[in-house]
Design a protein around this ligand. Sequence first.
Ligand code: 13P
Length: 249
Amino acid sequence: MTNNMFFIANWKMFGDLKSVNSIKKVINLSKTKKYKKAQIIYCPPYTLIDKILRITKNTKIKVGAQNCHYSQSDGPYTGSIHSDLIKSIGAKYVIIGHSENRVLGDTNQIINLKIKSALKKKLKIIFCIGETLKEKRKKKTNLILKSQIYGALKNIKKNNNIIFAYEPVWSIGTGIIPKMENLEKQVIIIKKLIINFWKLKNPKIIYGGSVNPKNIAELKKIRSINGFLIGGASRNSKNFIDIIKKTIN
Ligand code: 13P
């Protein structure tokens, strides 16, 4: 456990202009000596990116989008946003491959194109992988994770701009987290898969799925994890701060 862990807030499709004010408490925390190395990143809906960029200006907190289109430039894609547009307003990160977008049609191939376009625009990527409950029950977890990693990274040169977020789908929003010994093993397997594919020395791997102030004490014990991708609990500043404080103590 180091004090430069990632705490990535994925607000999903939640949040109005007013809700942004609650971030001020997190900004204050990020300025204190003890927590200033924590890598806090907000990924709000597109509609709040600009506002959050303004209030986090001159702080260490970074901002990202929750998805991007695979196109590298403008085009007739109603409702979509490409990496260059995300980059142009000042966001530095983008989540790609979230299971909530995989069910809407993001295949490994599309995710591969999205990662390529985001890398080209020099965005950092939070790349999500994870098995469904059905896949887990059929003992296909490792096979699925391998196909997600190999598929998404195909023809991409090794680089340090991707954070790998392991989010078992059955854990997202359910309050259920993996057994610690299983999670520990799974993280090691993921690390090996990435190292085999890319010969990357130290890939960054974070965990996501029902992270909250109650289970964080247990989750933070997982060695070789670099932080957390937090959904529900990140929208409440008190809970988010609690998670950060309990991780770095
Ligand atoms: P919850 O923390 O709400 O389970 O969501 C996890 C997630 O999907 C983050 O990307």
